[in-house]
Structure formats: structure tokens, C-alpha cells
Write a protein that binds this ligand. Structure first.
Ligand code: XMP
Length: 326
């Protein structure tokens, strides 16, 4: 008989017993999974936990502030932030192939995380303590889609599974490994995390980089970030946040089409809106967005995002398409 409260208490007890007096590190991504995993561990071992947030510069508008201020305020967790956004953008220069982007981001992420973790290990070591544990917010569908489940083929390499800093020799704490997203959300609510955090829609680890079809540049990231924020604002205003599982907003940077804005001919890029319904991201249906919301999104994006002269609506389910475009 599954209950969020039961599982929560069971996990907290188990973590407390396993960890003992050791120190624990947890990487935060800005998403609900790592936030819930960290909060569970914090409930179990308090200040023995230090969280690390690598800002890779590929997050959406407002998300860095949410992790750095709101999450810390809600939980009281110790947080170390590393701003590596410039390094990530320069590492992605000239790269267009989706799996190459994932590999570069995954590798640099691990490198950056390792460096921060080593610093924490050194700092607590000076006080005579020992860091032995690493928390990961891995869910059941992550395990399956990355080939770690029942022998399934790797569909896309998800950088949040298996990418562990081996030479640091951590033992793993994965309290959400058997759970689906809706169960994680129930636990998050029981832990007292704020609604906007618990109900945050899934967002891929490689972030906006895999939502720019073509090369990732700082200008394109800024453009997509604004378009994505506009789409999210309109969906929230229309009360659609909990009806939509997630809504990738994708910049087709290497496609151009002709438009007319004012008296001028334009030759700009399209933005794709891809809202979907799902219960676990393994399959998905495209979401039937009310026309007035689509109109508002389209009008605002073409008016406010210079260089975007067309907004298109993705009406493909998964399968045959994946949720993300890359
Ligand atoms: P796809 O595109 O494979 O996405 O249908 C399934 C779910 O996974 C998310 N996604 C990722 N998450 N690292 C992640 O942490 C990744 O590399 C990655 N690629 C896709 C996607 O947003 C959807 O929720």
C-alpha cells in the first residue's frame, strides 16, 4: 500500500541509518526531482548535506533565481553555486548534432560538478569529516530510457543517469529510483515544498541547448529564453499549467522563412510550440491548446522577439516523435 507519507518516512529513516555521521553532496538542477531528493536527505541528515548548483546558462528565465533564493529559503539547505554559463556556450560553439551537444554538456557538467565537489570534500576534510555520499534525483522512467532498466535500448543519452564522478568514489543515494513523477510530486507536497516547485514541468538536463535546432549561441539562447517565457506566461494565465505535462518551445535556428512586419520584408526563424499530455514521458499525446491561447502566444512572440516571424504548432504524438526535438 503506497502512500507518500509512508515512503517518505521509510526513506528518511533508511538514509539516516546508512549515512550515519558522513557528509553528503547533492546536485540541484532546478527541477522537482533533485529538489525533492535533496529535501528528503536534508530531513534525514540536516547540515551534513551540501547542495551544488551548476548554472550551465541553458536554463529558462527566472530559474537560476528560483534555485539560489527561493529553494534555499524554503528548505534552509546549504548551497554552493557555480556559474559556468560562459564555459558551456563556448564549448558548444559550432556544434549542431543533438547527441554531440548532449555529450559536451554532460561531460562539462560532470567536470564542473566534480571540481565543486572536490572543494567541498577538501573543506569538510579540514574539519575532520568525510564526504561519502552523492544524492541523485533519478526516477524510474530515467532508469528505463537510459537503458538501465529491463534491457531497453538507449534512445537518447540522458546526462543525469550514470554520469557519476567515478574518481571521487561516492556511494549513491537515489531515493526516487522506483517512482514516477506524480509520486515524486506527492512527496514534494508532503515535504512542504512550495507548489510552483512541486508542479514545475519537466525540463531536460541539457536545457535550452537541445531546443535550438542548429548551433547554440548566446543571442539565440536569449531569444529562445524570451519566447519560452512568453509562452509559459500565457499558458499560466489560461490556467493550463497542470493540464499540460510540459511544453517545449523550440527555435529552428537553421530554418528561415519570408515574412512581412510593418512595411518590411523579413527573413526570420520559426518558433515551435510543442505542448503535450503525458503521465510518464515514455509516451505522449499532443495537447489540444485553445485557439485563443495559441493566438496570444503567436502575437506576443512575433511582436516581442525580434527575428522570429513565424510560430508553428507541433501536432505529433510520441511515438513517432520524441517530446524534445533533439
Ligand atoms: P524525449 O525527447 O526523449 O523526452 O521524448 C522524454 C523526457 O525526457 C526529457 N529529456 C531529458 N531529460 N536529460 C534529461 O534530464 C536529457 O538529456 C533529456 N532529453 C529529454 C524530456 O524533456 C522529456 O520530459
Amino acid at each position: 500500500n503506497w502512500s507518500p507519507k509512508g515512503l517518505m518516512e521509510e526513506q528518511i529513516e533508511k538514509i539516516r541509518e546508512e549515512v550515519g555521521d558522513d557528509q553528503v553532496i547533492c546536485g540541484l538542477s532546478g527541477g522537482v526531482d533533485s529538489a525533492v531528493a535533496a529535501t528528503l536527505v536534508h530531513k534525514a541528515v540536516g547540515d551534513q548535506l551540501t547542495c551544488v548548483f551548476v548554472n550551465h546558462g541553458l536554463l529558462r528565465e527566472g530559474e537560476v533565481e528560483q534555485v539560489q533564493h527561493d529553494f534555499v529559503q524554503a528548505t534552509g539547505i546549504k548551497l554552493k553555486t557555480v556559474d559556468a554559463s560562459e564555459e558551456f556556450v563556448s564549448a558548444l560553439k559550432g556544434v549542431t548534432e543533438p547527441e554531440a551537444k548532449r555529450k559536451i554538456i554532460g561531460d562539462l557538467f560532470i567536470k564542473t560538478f566534480e571540481k565543486a565537489a572536490s572543494q567541498i570534500v577538501a573543506e569538510v576534510g579540514e574539519k575532520g569529516a568525510k564526504v561519502k555520499w552523492l544524492v541523485q534525483g533519478t526516477l524510474y522512467p530515467d532508469v528505463v530510457e537510459s537503458g538501465g532498466g529491463s534491457g531497453t535500448a538507449v534512445i537518447k543519452s540522458h546526462h543525469n543517469v550514470g554520469g557519476l564522478p567515478e574518481n571521487l568514489e561516492f556511494k549513491l543515494i537515489e531515493p526516487l529510483r522506483s517512482l514516477f513523477k506524480d509520486e515524486v510530486r506527492q512527496i514534494g507536497t508532503h515535504l512542504g515544498l512550495p507548489d510552483y516547485m512541486v508542479w514545475r514541468q519537466p525540463f531536460p538536463g541539457p536545457g535550452l541547448a537541445i531546443r535550438i535546432v542548429g548551433e547554440v549561441t548566446q543571442d539565440r539562447l536569449n531569444l529562445l529564453r524570451r519566447a519560452d517565457a512568453i509562452a509559459r506566461e500565457e499558458m499560466t494565465k489560461a490556467g493550463l499549467d497542470r493540464k499540460i505535462w510540459q511544453c517545449p518551445v523550440v527555435l529552428l535556428a537553421n530554418v528561415h522563412s519570408v515574412g512581412v512586419q510593418g512595411d518590411e520584408r523579413t527573413y526570420g526563424n520559426p518558433i515551435v510550440i510543442r505542448p503535450i499530455e503525458s503521465s510518464d514521458a515514455m509516451t505522449a499525446d499532443w495537447f489540444h491548446m485553445p485557439y485563443d491561447v495559441l493566438t496570444a502566444i503567436s502575437n506576443r512572440i512575433t511582436n516581442e522577439c525580434r527575428g522570429i516571424n513565424r510560430v508553428v504548432y507541433d501536432v505529433t504524438s510520441k511515438p513517432p516523435a520524441t517530446i524534445e526535438w533533439e
